[in-house]
Structure formats: C-alpha cells, structure tokens
Design a binder for this molecule. Sequence first.
Ligand code: TYM
Length: 339
Amino acid sequence: MTTETAPAPSPVDAPTSRPRIFSGIQPSGAPHIGNDLGAIRNYVRLQWDYEAIYCIVDYHALTSLHDADRLRLQTREMAAALLALGLDPERCTLFVQSHRPEHTELAWLLMTVTPVSWLERTPTYKEKKQNQPEDVNHGLLSYPVLQAADIIIYKASLVPVGKDQAAHLELSREIVRSFNNRYGETFPEPLAVHTEAPIVLGTDGVRKMSKSIGNAIDIFAPEEDVRRQIMSMVTDTRRILRTDPGRPDVCNVCQLHRSFGDDYEEIWEGERTARTGCVDTKKLLAERVLRHYAEPRERYRELMADPKRIERILDAGAERVRPIAQATMAEVREKMGLR
Ligand code: TYM
C-alpha cells in the first residue's frame, strides 16, 4: 500500500480506534482486472487494520446509465464480485450509495462552497462531454462534489483508489478546505492510498483499462472470453519477428505478470533474450489469471444465485453507517445555519 503523502497509520485491533477509510466503486457489473489490481486488492487488505467503509455508487452511475433493470443487476453483480474477491461483511461495511440518501443532501450543501470553474476543469467531465455529447447532464458536472460528500460524510482520512481518481481526490480536498474556511474546522482532508499497480493499462496497451473503452479483461467472464481478451493484448509493438528481443518495460503483458506470480523477472528475461515469444507469455498470463481467480469465480457464482443474501449484507451495511452519516449531517446543518 502506498499513500500520496501521508505515512500509513499504525494498525490497531480495537474496531473503534481503527482509522477510518472509505472508497466507492461504480456498479459497472462485475469488475475488471484494473479495478482489482488498482483498488479492490487494497480494499481487501485494509479491512483488517482500518475501519473500512465501501460503497457501490449507483447515484454516480446514473450520470451515464439510464436503464433501471440494468442498474439493479449491475449493482448486484458488483456486490457479489466484491464479496467474492474477499470483502468480509464482518470486517468491513459494504453498502449501496442510494440507501444512504444523506450523501445527496451533503452534496447539495457542498455545491454551495464549490465554484463551477473547479468542476468545469475536471478532466473526467471534459472526457465525458466528448464521450456522451448527447447526454451532458448536470450530474456529470457535479459528480466530484457527490464523490467528496461520499468520503467526508464519514470523515474518512484515507481513500484507496487507482491513480485515475487523483483529480477527484484533489478536488475533494479543495472542497473540504473551502467548507472548513467558511464554517470552521469540520472535515479532514482525505488522502489517496494506492496499490503497487495504480494504473493498469487495457488490452490496447495504451489507455487505462476500462469497460467503457472496451479494452478490459473481465474477472468473472466465461473462461474462453478471458482467454480471448488476454490473447488479444497488444505487446511490444517493436517486436515484429519471433526472434526479435522483447522490451518487458513497455510490454503490458509483461507488466501484468508482476501481479500474477513472483517469477516475473524470469519471464522478462525470456522475452529480452527472445527465448520466449509474445504468444507464450500471453498464454501463461491467461492460465495464471484464470488460476488466480478460480476460487473467487466459484464464490461469485454462488452469491449471484442467492440475491437475498446479497440484499441482507447491503441492507445491514447501510444501517451500520446510518448513525455516522446522520451525526455529520446534524453537525453540518447546525454550522450552516439550517437549524
Ligand atoms: P470506478 O468505478 O471507475 O473505479 C473503481 C476503482 O477502480 C480503480 N480503477 C483502476 N485502477 C487502476 N487501473 C485501472 N485501469 C482502473 N480502472 C479503475 C479506480 O481508480 C477506482 O478506485 N469516481 C469513482 C467512484 C467513487 C469514489 C467515491 C471513489 C464515487 N465516490 C468516493 C472513492 C471515493 C469511480 O468512478 O471509480
């Protein structure tokens, strides 16, 4: 685990004295390898030493997805996937954003301390405007304000996320400073926590892995699809002939091997000396990825077959965080003159 600037607080056992962390993930269906290596691995790791709160952010998803049945299904798939990958409802809290409507109330209040210019310059807003020009809804603009509300309603100080969330996190800190300046010290400034793979590139080897780009390797897709996605990966584009030496530092397949075995140096050496070809290295990666996720895949299937169990876990999660969210709202309303 690496933080942007702060050292990790020392682990403590008593649940009440554990520092609080928060993270959110969009219900984009079952996650891809980038989500896991960039964020979910840290969610799982950190649940032991921190008071961990994890949220499936369905309000955020509504800025791009307007199909009610699909949203419901994808929310269930994401919950099943997170549990299958190791979130333990006894160790952490997992809930759905819209089950705690206090998030949207706080987001509205934070909007009143957030200049529009900050939001207009957000890289993801600019990207979304290009990607969905027919649907530039207001939610896209205020997306980062809701994200700030998600985090600070629990006064979380650390946020496990991939590097692609850096601008959002920076904006969260600016919003906190703006609020604290106007109404007095209320919220801590949250810091990002990254894994060893903070940006995972997609199968094109150029852009970050993302479902919407279509360059993802899905964790829970049928095995033949996972194999096909991995075999389609772009490798070192300068390696034309099988006998050409490879450059592992620019080959995304070689980079991914770092996360699926501790012998990646040997694999890299094989590439450098042209002892192995790109196809061999991809086949090996596919086998390792499938082996790595074999047990979670089984748990995912079981969970998806038991929607009531998922519902119980998510409902219990939303109830568990209710007192924290309500206490923050009472304090904020008081400070802002709403009572
Ligand atoms: P989302 O749903 O796009 O991604 C969930 C998490 O996965 C990480 N991630 C990646 N990491 C490395 N390489 C990749 N290719 C990759 N793709 C995704 C993301 O960094 C993220 O940690 N805006 C957020 C959701 C959110 C949130 C929050 C996050 C809403 N409220 C509060 C933290 C705190 C998002 O869309 O993540």
